[in-house]
Ligand binder design. Structure first.
Ligand SMILES: *Cc1c(COP(=O)(O)O)cnc(C)c1O
Length: 383
């Protein structure tokens, strides 16, 4: 098999049988003509499947090392496909500090009586083992976690989950297959918000669920068609285009994030920096082992004499917006933005303080980003 960068760079290249277009064309047609009424073509109706979605699915499945993938209209729709396949009353073990939207969906389904959800601090393997006692249907992990960048040991966690009879799923959004491949560490399936690092240009919303098991894959595909939650043609084109530069973006942005994390950690205005690339991060050794880069996201807490809102507003090269993984740098205040749907108690249990600031590092010159951060730190004094 060719290398990862080769497969990424050639995603959807030279795959047009009609005109031999080098780059896969955008198919926006909702329907495809049949030769005869009975003969069902490869592509029939675009809710079910279309060429651009198929190429994107094939590419992500290949990069993650799965048997296949289903691309969805959003990352949440990919998570919903996974949940959809569970029986009524299923027992789910999920991270206490899961992505805010995931937590909201799980809470809503638990409240309606669909599932029994137990939230655990996944970075403490013992807590996962305790929650799995008596069996479980799904173990969902997210590593590094968002926004605190805690690291879960995928290999030992997957072993525990499987022993308890649970399907082991990893939300790999924060790293992408360029920096972490959970299926090689024993996970059963991997999901992504393709909106983030995979597309990387902040110009579409989408998701993808990669499976190792073809029977589960077929059921997910059946539901994506039945419920109409598949990825649209234009968005599939954009996501596929994003994949071609994924390895180089992930590597360059991770290197910049590390430089910024080290710089912030040495500043007196900063009380804490959460980034697995730092030597004193509790998950550093584990991240170095199971990841092939430390990622593009970091978070920080300012010293008590600093104001996080003033800091975020004073930045000019980090746009105040709630996404991550794009070529442009972003800043967000999780308690007020991505994690606002959680109750204050749930946020406190997850360790998300009102003073926490999350940065997604883009492709700008690192020196410019650091100057911008320096000016904002100076401006953030409360006195
Ligand atoms: C953004 C995100 C999601 C949800 O994806 P959408 O594309 O916004 O629906 C899920 N998990 C993580 C870790 C995310 O960052």
């Amino acid at each position: 098999m060719t290398g990862f960068a080769t497969r990424a760079a050639r995603a959807g290249i030279n795959r047009d049988p009609a005109h031999r277009a080098v780059t896969a064309p955008i198919h926006l047609s909702s329907a495809f003509a049949r030769e005869t009424p009975e003969l069902v073509p490869d592509f029939d109706y675009s809710r079910t499947a279309h060429p651009g979605r198929a190429l994107f699915e094939e590419s992500v499945a290949d990069l993650e090392g799965g048997a296949g993938a289903v691309a969805t209209a959003s990352g949440m729709a990919a998570i919903d496909l996974l949940l959809n396949d569970l029986p009524r009353g299923a027992r789910i073990v999920a991270p206490v500090d899961a992505y805010g939207g995931t937590r909201r969906l799980l809470d809503a389904r638990a409240t309606s009586g669909r599932f029994d959800v137990r939230y655990v601090r996944c970075w403490e393997t013992g807590e996962i083992a305790a929650a799995l006692e008596g069996g479980a249907d799904l173990l969902l992990i997210e590593t590094p976690s968002n926004p605190l960048l805690r690291i879960t040991d995928i290999e030992s966690t997957a072993r525990l989950g499987k022993a308890a009879g649970a399907l082991v799923a990893v939300d790999n959004t924060l790293l992408s297959p360029a920096l972490q491949r959970p299926l090689t560490l024993g996970a059963d399936c991997v999901l992504h918000s393709a909106t983030k690092l995979i597309n990387g240009h902040s110009d579409m919303v989408g998701g993808v669920l990669v499976e190792t098991d073809t029977a589960r894959l077929d059921r997910h595909r059946w539901w994506a068609n039945a419920a109409g939650t598949g990825l649209a043609g234009f968005d599939a084109f954009l996501a596929l285009r994003g994949i071609r530069t994924l390895p180089v973006r992930a590597r360059t942005q991770s290197a910049a994030a590390l430089e910024i994390a080290e710089w912030l950690a040495a500043r007196p205005e900063v009380a804490a920096v959460h980034y697995p690339g730092l030597n004193d991060h509790p998950g550093h050794a584990l991240a170095a082992r199971q990841q092939s880069g430390f990622g593009v996201v970091l978070s920080l807490e300012l010293a008590p004499d600093r104001d996080a809102r003033v800091f975020a507003k004073a930045l000019s090269l980090f746009t105040l917006a709630q996404s991550l993984g794009g070529v442009e740098s972003l800043v967000s205040l999780p308690a007020l933005m991505t994690h606002a749907a959680m109750t204050p108690d749930a946020r406190a249990a997850a360790g998300i303080s009102d003073r926490l600031i999350r940065l997604s590092v883009g492709l700008e010159d690192v020196a410019d980003l650091i100057s911008d951060l320096e000016a904002a730190l100076t401006a953030s004094a409360t006195t």
